[in-house]
Write a protein that binds this ligand. Structure first.
Ligand SMILES: [Zn+2]
Length: 539
């Protein structure tokens, strides 16, 4: 027994290096959080901490430990401008995202690289130290770049070796939380290879009661969130435990997550219900089991006459707990009907032989769904439209959609795919091969539309002028922005594309300042429709 406990501790130490060590604060500002680790977001787990900057930008970002810069990213979406720092002595990497700018020597290096390569986006990893940093040393300036919904610092800790993210609160024991999590609803599912939502009850209606349920195999979910001191925001919970007759049958603890598990969030939560803080207390056939691989699957089996004592516990990182307990009985004996279901362990091919084929990889779906599809009526510009499953279903792995191009189809190179997951439009470009247009990595179920993009991006004639900056605006309403370039008097200039605002930011270089110049902005969409505009600008 002793030996077993020793082994467990060892595994944890490898996964979470340097436990017990406190790191420095990443922000030179009053510390208050707006998001915590593993909080449920639209289509992903939040992989770090969000630090509030009270709508301010350009606050000083500091390295949390000695180390060296290991990666620099400049992207129009996602983390925007981000910097990664390796800390080899403690086995961790720290990440700072949505930045406005890096410290001057890193900016100078970036200019050099971007102008040499004529590239607006950058993702460079350093295998050897080029920029050393000390704990507390200035690294960058905070901002709102990438897919950020307001100025803040997104901060992550990863295991340097495995790159798995780690709950940063392990290294910030001084961050206060004395408020217990809020457990508001209990949800019940009938589980039969596929989980089917039955009903939800407010916690107060269930506590210390006996519930009779129309199912012989029950999954339980909760609607729960956490509150913390010194911040008005709401947060994700840290841990969950489910007991059946005082035996633990399911648990998770959100200490470390792999980026490959991001898509599992829809299987862990429930996107069909329209409630954003649902956690399932069971896991599905082909999904993963959050962090505890020894945990059972959480399904409660009931026969007529059974009366089971159920207890649920929800924890925050500081160990504050909320719980509910009740008894569960069933109305009758239920027998499973598995006649129409697919097996999610196996690869699935769906085709009507003449217009499309879908290939879903093994374990690409969380459950043994019954897969149905309908071909939908086409609107102008559309050549193919179908609904398969629905947009709340998790694509645990991307799947492949092929559209069979009819012989008389013209301009097939201008076709793209549009999906609508998480209330967001997502577009894909495909590859044409053997009379099929294939989209190799589709990540959403629900409505799939193959349509034409024959319109070029629209460049606005209006400019926004700021100190040392000129901001151009352009958008593409169909396949989306692809390539973009700016030339001043025929010479390439680097642009930062801010996707969420449809803006292209030129930070005026010293040789352009005070001059009246001819600026040429060229923008193409994802399928290659181009537009350009020449403007006379006084810098
Ligand atoms: Zn964040």
């Amino acid at each position: 027994m002793r030996f077993k406990y020793f082994l467990l501790a060892l595994v944890l130490a490898v996964e979470l290096p340097s436990l017990g060590q406190n790191l420095g604060m990443p922000l030179d500002y009053l510390i208050s959080l707006s998001g915590n680790y593993a909080a449920l977001r639209k289509n992903h787990f939040h992989m770090g901490l969000d630090f509030r900057t009270d709508n301010k930008e350009n606050l000083r970002i500091l390295s949390v430990e000695d180390g060296y810069v290991s990666r620099v990213v400049v992207s129009p979406n996602g983390y925007g401008k981000a910097i990664y720092v390796h800390h080899p002595q403690i086995g961790l990497t720290s990440i700072y995202a949505h930045l406005n700018a890096f410290r001057p020597d890193i900016e100078a290096w970036l200019d050099q690289v971007q102008y040499a390569l004529k590239r607006n986006t950058i993702d460079t990893s350093f295998t050897r130290p080029r920029f050393d940093v000390r704990k507390g040393e200035h690294l960058a300036f905070s901002g709102n770049t990438g897919s950020s919904e307001g100025p803040h610092l997104h901060f992550e800790i990863r295991n340097l070796r495995t790159e798995k993210t780690i709950n940063p609160l392990h290294y910030y024991t001084q961050i206060e939380d004395t408020i217990q999590p809020l457990l508001s609803k209990i949800l019940f599912y009938h589980y039969e290879g596929e989980s089917i939502f039955i009903h939800s009850f407010p916690k107060e209606d269930v506590h210390k009661q006996t519930l009779e349920i129309n199912s012989g195999s029950v999954g339980i979910g909760i609607s729960a969130m956490d509150k913390m001191n010194n911040t008005p925001n709401t947060f994700g919970i840290y841990a969950f435990r489910l007991y059946e007759d005082n035996k633990l049958i399911y648990q998770f603890k959100l200490d470390s997550l792999d980026f490959r598990w991001q898509s599992h969030i829809k299987a862990t939560s429930d996107y069909g219900l329209g409630i954003s803080d649902v956690y399932k207390g069971f896991f599905e056939n082909c999904s993963f089991n959050l962090t505890d691989s020894n945990s059972k699957n959480g399904i409660i089996y009931l026969n007529k006459g059974d009366n089971k004592y159920i207890r649920l516990e929800v924890y925050d990182f500081k160990g504050n707990m909320s719980s509910v307990d009740f008894n569960l009985t069933t109305t009758a004996d239920f027998f499973a009907d598995k006649s129409r279901q697919i097996n999610c362990q196996q690869e699935q091919i769906l085709t009507d032989q003449k217009s499309f084929q879908i290939m879903i990889p093994s374990k690409g779906l969380a459950e043994n769904y019954t897969i149905e599809y309908t071909l939908e009526k086409l609107a102008t510009n559309e050549v193919f439209k179908m609904t398969v499953l629905d947009s709340s279903v998790a694509a645990l792995k991307p799947y492949q959609l092929s559209y069979f191009i009819p012989k008389d189809q013209v301009d097939a190179t201008k076709l793209y795919l549009e999906t609508r997951g998480d209330n967001r439009l997502k577009t894909y470009t495909g590859i044409i091969q053997d009379n099929a247009l294939t989209f190799p990595k589709v990540k959403n179920y629900g409505l799939l539309i193959v349509k034409y993009d024959k319109k070029s991006p629209i460049i606005s004639p209006e400019l926004i002028r700021k100190t040392n900056k000129v901001i151009f605006s352009a958008k593409d309403e169909e396949s989306g922005i692809g390539e973009y370039q700016l030339y001043i008097e025929g010479l390439w200039r680097k642009l930062y594309y801010d996707e969420k605002n449809n803006q292209f930011v030129y930070s005026i270089i010293s040789s352009d300042k005070g001059k009246k110049v001819k600026a040429l902005l060229e923008i193409a969409d994802q399928v290659g429709n181009k537009n350009s505009k020449t403007m006379e600008i006084l810098f």
